[in-house]
Design a protein around this ligand. Structure first.
Ligand SMILES: Nc1ncnc2c1ncn2[C@@H]1O[C@H](COP(=O)(O)OP(=O)(O)OP(=O)(O)O)[C@@H](O)[C@H]1O
Ligand SMILES: [Mg+2]
Length: 593
């Protein structure tokens, strides 16, 4: 387990930026809450005084009217204290709820802008868990700090002041020593339990991640009959979480015992001291009650403080997790203005040029090695090659999802880095190798990149992608909801919806990465004619294993282990009679391959 990290000044500034609202109306609310805090402290301190007066007047048998007035004052003060205490929470609710929404919103925005490499290496279950805990602790922590910790500290200091001012040295010293012991014991055990809490959080992150990953991949588990084994694996994860939580509870229990014991000791000493003075007529019974009330109220304050400081520290651990994600080194391409220019792709010149491109996902395993090729404006270039040779990676470099380690890519003669990233990605229509669909309607999935497209246009795109017939047979046609990740439809249907989405985008450049790989030969042939038609006169990058689908490309590149081995037209490559020709003849023997 990692030990609690030191709290930096920047982190504290960040927390306050999340809590303190920007809106004037919310700032006003903050001010009102602070005023109410002060009134609550005043009322709470006045309550024991009125009780003392009441007891004293009963003792000396004062006039009936005085006693009635004091009874009313005591009751009303008590009601007012409760009222102010409760109403503060109602007024402050909006402030803290807004700060939770603010953090969640900025976190989501931050994640959306992170490069793909960031997401690929993240455990999504743990990330969502961390965010949920942050939402909870930010809310609870803010309430704890502003409505409990701050007022309780002021109240405790005021109580100490009253004790020193109004009572003899022996009582004031006894109280101060015990109260100091109670406070430091509460704070120390709160600090100790934070380690246990951090351990528990880490275990819970692991658990969420496990559940998230396994439920998402349920099909693989069932295909491989791993249900029992996975259940047992979960038990091991659960037992680690249980152990961590038990330690955290034990720490909390020790804190309560210590606090209770010290408070009891203080009440005993003060009762003896004041009781003795009452017997000697140095004090009234009212004084006895006043002191006891203050001690119980002080002890309650410290107990609350201990709990809230513990919550606050736990909250800080959670917030540190989110803060660290915000500080991740991988800079967002979108949000960091210096990472991209503002030039737009010129529709009349969308020629793509890769010059001496080298790239590796991990430094130890170089992937693309000095790749250079051109796709002239309006022409189609196809890349073929063995699995893992780096074909899809080339498309990711073109979309700037990753940065080449060497070389340059230009569109219309402009470096990718100089182009506006949003414009670049808006002008490229891609049918990825593994299309991802949202848990949403078919219509919204097709219109994802062009949400304002009218129904007719969406239907036309679906028709071109040969998926309209399938959709119209669905129970709610275009309004049919697709399951998680579009899992309720076949691979080929998913590919065609992704194609319709790309077509509807009306891009300047097309990328088809194995766009028809999941289709039968008949559907593929008819879809290819649609693709060729749609991408006619558009600069197009096409990737395919089945060479029959790319043989008409203007230029074909044969990629092998990250290097260009051959290139030319279909006829030229057949004439060359090397890798491409071998592949072609092999596939001609078994056309379904
Ligand atoms: N995010 C990543 N991190 C590390 N390695 C990766 C990552 N993505 C892909 N790779 C690796 O890079 C290599 C090239 O992947 P790429 O997807 O470009 O291959 P491909 O030529 O498209 O293969 P296929 O024909 O199977 O689709 C593969 O060995 C793959 O395992
Ligand atoms: Mg690929």
């Amino acid at each position: 387990m990692s030990s609690p990290k030191p709290i930096s000044w920047n982190f504290i500034k960040w927390i306050f930026a999340q809590i303190i609202p920007n809106e004037l109306s919310l700032q006003l609310r903050c001010f009102v809450v602070m005023l109410m805090n002060l009134s609550m402290i005043g009322l709470q301190l006045a309550l024991p005084f009125v009780l003392k007066q009441l007891v004293n007047s009963l003792e000396i048998e004062s006039e009936e009217s005085t006693i009635i007035i004091l009874c009313f004052a005591y009751g009303l003060l008590w009601i007012a204290t409760r009222f102010v205490t409760e109403i503060r929470e109602i007024i402050s609710y909006k402030i803290f709820a807004t700060s939770v929404s603010q953090v969640t919103g900025s976190f989501f925005e931050y994640l959306l802008n992170q490069p793909l490499s960031f997401h690929i290496n993240k455990d999504m279950g743990a990330l969502i868990d961390e965010l949920k805990r942050t939402q909870y602790t930010l809310y609870k922590g803010s309430i704890g700090f502003f409505l409990t910790i701050l007022p309780r500290i002021i109240e405790s200091l005021a109580t100490l002041y009253i004790l020193w001012k109004s009572y003899p040295l022996d009582i004031a010293i006894t109280c101060t020593i015990f109260l100091y012991a109670i406070t430091s014991a509460s704070i120390t055990s709160a600090s100790a339990s934070i380690n246990a809490e951090q351990l528990a959080n880490e275990a819970e992150n692991e658990q969420s991640n496990f559940l998230f990953d396994h439920l998402l991949n349920i099909e693989a588990i069932q295909n491989n009959a791993q249900e029992k084994a996975e259940y047992e694996r979960l038990q091991a994860v659960l037992s680690r979480t249980e152990q961590a939580r038990t330690i955290a509870f034990k720490e909390q229990f020790m804190m309560m015992v210590l606090h209770g014991g010290l408070t009891g000791g203080l009440l005993l000493c003060v009762s003896l001291l004041t009781g003795y003075k009452v017997l000697n007529k140095a004090y009234t019974i009212g004084d006895f009650i006043l002191l006891n009330s203050y001690i119980i109220s002080f002890s309650e304050s410290i107990s609350q403080l201990g709990k809230h400081i513990k919550n606050l520290r736990e909250g800080i651990v959670d917030l540190q997790g989110i803060y660290e994600i915000f500080q991740t080194k991988e800079k967002s391409l979108l949000s960091d203005e210096s990472n991209h220019g503002d030039k737009k792709i010129i529709p009349s010149n969308t020629a793509i040029s890769f010059k001496n491109i080298s790239f590796s996902y991990i430094p130890e395993a170089p992937l693309l090695n000095n790749i250079s090729f051109d796709i002239y404006h309006g022409k189609t270039v196809a890349i073929v090659g063995a699995s893992g040779s780096g074909k899809s990676t080339i498309t990711k470099l073109l979309l700037r999802l990753y940065q080449p380690t060497q070389g340059s890519i230009t569109i219309g003669g402009t470096l990718l880095e100089e182009l506006d990233l949003i414009d670049l990605r808006s002008q490229i229509g891609i049918v990825p190798q593994n299309p991802v669909l949202f848990k949403d309607t078919v219509f919204n999935n097709i219109a994802y990149a062009n949400p304002i497209a009218p129904f007719e246009e969406v239907k036309l795109a679906a028709k071109t992608a040969k998926i309209d017939e399938f959709i119209t047979k669905l129970p709610q046609k275009y309004e049919t909801e697709l399951g998680e990740l579009g899992m309720t439809i076949s691979g080929g249907e998913r590919q065609r919806i992704a194609l319709a989405r790309a077509l509807l985008k009306h891009p300047l450049i097309f990328i088809f990465d194995e766009a028809t790989s999941a289709l039968d030969t008949h559907t593929e042939t008819s879809l290819m004619s649609s693709i060729v038609n749609a991408s006619k006169d558009k600069t197009t990058l096409m990737i395919a294993h089945r060479l029959s689908t790319i043989m008409h490309a203007d230029h074909i590149i044969v990629l092998d282990h990250g290097k260009i081995k051959e290139q030319g037209t279909h006829a030229q490559l057949l004439e060359l009679n090397k890798l491409y020709a071998q592949l072609w003849y092999k596939q001609a023997e078994s056309p379904e391959a």
